[in-house]
Design a protein around this ligand. Structure first.
Ligand SMILES: [Zn+2]
Length: 667
């Protein structure tokens, strides 16, 4: 197969060959004038104006500006899990640092447990209200320490938000306020969806998340980000250090985000030794086996409670699982530049076995090593895959996957949920508004993680998130694109109904990045630009424009036409071969004129392939600029022998809504 690259394409577009002005005026109407098409070049290539110009905070080149600032939150939390009352009670000490250039008269917190209340706003958007409820957060006390003075705080709770009105403003440029909140809440059962408890043979599993009031993000784009938690739009959180302790009955294992600070107090000597062994092992090492789950000797004490103390640095959040039913295993994760992390899995007897969670740690390790090598090094000491009923939920350093997941399904969900540590937990976008910046980006990196794992054991990725029919993604995205009711990628996260959640927040943006990488920019330029975006915004708060600008600057391309057609609209693409004939029918070596029309609103670069009589093929790449002025173009293809067939998009890589007109039989 021969490829012809752009340098050879000069003059390929017949309309712009060396005709004189007089010749041009005399030419007869051609396909471009007569074709019926919905394509409007001036609309596809109209400049896409950014919502604001680059500034000192968000630079035009896609990077944080010289005056970029971000507030910081550090938390110290002491919590108690009461397995009788099914409650969490805790005392939380928040240190909030205002790095903004303005003083703050009040602060806002997210109080997500209130989403389970009977009158919560989350009961309304989908048209189907929840049938089970809790009372949400019950605040015992809220107090402030400001300038060394402690006092009761004045606060207002509105749905899943809490405003604390301060007696003194938090000073600009580094002013601090301390907030101390004592609270408790009843843990939702299975209906919790992202946080819950569930029964297993050897005891309940608790999955504890959204479990402490967390500061809302205050940023330079809209000030306080106070969108309520409605159940679909996920989280937008500040970075800082979280030091937390969880007290549980002696027989429970706690698997938490971050580093376990006091293993001597909560593990047996044997378990500490096995963990050390796992830190040096690429093979999964059992820390607590199935047999040991029911043995009292697998706990350092056999009565009362134990307090598990964890610390996670530079993180948006922490979550944990707790159960006496956990089997526990671990293996080393090898990161770039000789760095290491530890992959661990905790799961009940029901999930055990090589066909199921027995391979969980191997899956977790494989995905982490791939993402780290390809995009950004995993920054935390530990990552945990936890089995429970939340089935597919992500937090920094820990993911909750389904007890009954196994094989391929367990691999996909593990890679996906841990992939969220890159988007949006390292690159800290606002997933409450822009679901595509976490689900879409993560699904995109998962596609290559599946290809890479164990020589393609589970490749290619095909699941509910990406080409759910198991076929060609370029074909499977089409029903969504042609569906007049489908929302666009830029639709607010909570305004996307469940029916469109996977197609629009996961599949379409992920496949859009595949198109960008494999069809528009090429892998090398895409990877450089995407890493430029990741490095620019790691531990920061990028907006959609920051992403678009990063890609345009890093790759050196105005991609307005693509953002507009694919992200802001569901524009259709239909390329069609109108005609193909030899320049000189007596000499096939003089080349062929191939007329291609663009019948719908979207533009794309494309590949033309001719198949010769001897079965060999030749290709030509045609740039998107082909569509700057025309609805139809006639390309000069340098044929070398008799042609039997002409194809456009021969690999079916483009989301062309009508493939039948991509093939032309030469008579
Ligand atoms: Zn996800």
């Amino acid at each position: 197969m021969k490829a012809i690259y752009p340098a050879l394409l000069a003059g390929a577009v017949l309309l712009f060959c060396n005709h004189s002005e007089a010749q041009r005026r005399r030419r007869a109407p051609n396909t471009n004038d007569t074709i019926s098409s919905n394509y409007v070049p001036s609309a596809a290539f109209a400049p896409l104006y950014y919502t604001s110009n680059g500034n000192d905070y968000h630079s035009a080149n896609g990077s944080p500006g010289p005056k970029y600032w971000q507030n910081r939150v550090d938390y110290t939390i002491k919590a108690n899990l009461d397995t009788v009352g099914k409650t969490i009670s805790a005392s939380e000490n928040i240190t909030y640092t205002n790095n903004s250039p303005g003083a703050l008269p009040f602060v806002w917190l997210q109080v997500d447990q209130n989403t389970y209340k009977e009158d919560a706003r989350s009961n309304f958007p989908t048209g189907v209200a929840a049938t089970q409820h809790t009372n949400g957060y019950e605040f015992e006390s809220v107090s402030l320490v400001q300038n060394g003075k402690a006092e009761k705080a004045v606060y207002v709770v509105s749905d899943t938000r809490m405003q604390i009105r301060l007696p003194n403003k938090v000073a600009a440029n580094g002013g601090k306020v301390n907030i101390v909140i004592k609270y408790h809440y009843v843990i939702p059962g299975n209906f919790g969806n992202r946080t819950d408890y569930t029964d297993t043979k050897n005891g309940k599993i608790y999955e504890i998340a959204q479990w402490f009031p967390r500061m809302c993000v205050y940023d330079d784009t809209r000030g306080w980000d106070t969108l309520p938690f409605l159940g679909s739009g996920e989280f937008y959180l500040e970075y800082g250090d979280i030091d937390y302790s969880v007290t549980v009955p002696w027989d429970m294992i706690v698997a938490g985000s971050g580093e376990l600070v006091n293993p001597q107090q909560v593990l047996t000597a044997k378990q500490i030794a096995r963990l050390q062994q796992a830190r040096n092992s690429d093979k999964t090492v059992m820390i607590r086996s199935l047999d040991e789950v029911t043995q009292a000797s697998s706990r350092p004490v056999n009565k009362g409670t134990l307090t598990w103390h964890f610390k996670m640095l530079n993180t948006r959040d922490v979550a944990f699982g707790a159960s006496k039913a956990y089997i526990w295993d671990a293996a080393r994760v090898n990161l770039p530049k000789g760095k290491k992390s530890l992959a661990m899995s905790v799961y009940p007897e029901e999930s055990a076995g090589e066909k199921a969670w027995g391979r969980s740690t191997e899956y977790l390790k494989g995905a982490m090593e791939h993402f780290s090598e390809k995009w950004f090094t995993y920054p935390y000491p530990v990552a945990i895959n936890e089995a429970g009923s939340a089935g597919g939920m992500e937090y920094p350093g820990i993911v909750f996957d389904g007890i009954r997941d196994k094989g391929l399904g367990l691999f996909y969900v593990t890679a996906h949920e841990i992939g969220h540590n890159w988007f949006p937990m390292i690159v800290g976008s606002d997933e409450r508004r822009f679901a595509w910046m976490d689900e879409g980006f993560n699904t995109f990196i998962d596609v290559y993680a599946s290809d890479a794992f164990n020589k393609g054991e589970y490749a290619p990725k095909r699941d509910g998130e990406y080409a759910p029919g198991g076929g060609n993604p370029a074909d499977e995205i089409i029903p969504t694109i042609i569906d007049p009711k489908a929302p666009t990628i830029m639709t607010a996260a909570d305004a996307i109904s469940e029916r469109y959640r996977h197609p629009i927040a996961y599949f379409k943006p992920a496949f859009g990045l595949i198109l960008l990488r494999e069809q528009i920019l090429g892998k090398e330029r895409f990877d450089y630009a995407f890493k430029y975006y990741i490095n620019n915004w790691a531990y920061k708060h990028p907006t959609p424009d920051d992403f678009f600008r990063s890609m345009e600057n890093g790759a050196g391309e105005d991609l307005s036409w693509f953002w507009k057609g694919w992200f802001y609209n569901n524009w259709k693409l239909d390329l069609a071969i109108i005609d193909a004939k030899y320049v000189d029918s007596k000499d096939v070596k003089k080349g062929m004129q191939i007329t291609v029309a663009n019948k719908e609103q979207m533009a794309m670069p494309f590949t033309v392939e001719v198949k010769y009589k001897d079965g060999s093929k030749q290709r030509m790449q045609v740039p998107v600029e082909t569509w700057l002025q025309n609805k139809a173009v006639t390309l000069s293809f340098p044929t070398t022998q008799e042609v039997t067939d002409v194809y456009i998009d021969p690999d079916a890589a483009l989301p062309d809504v009508k493939r039948a007109n991509n093939h032309f039989v030469v008579k």
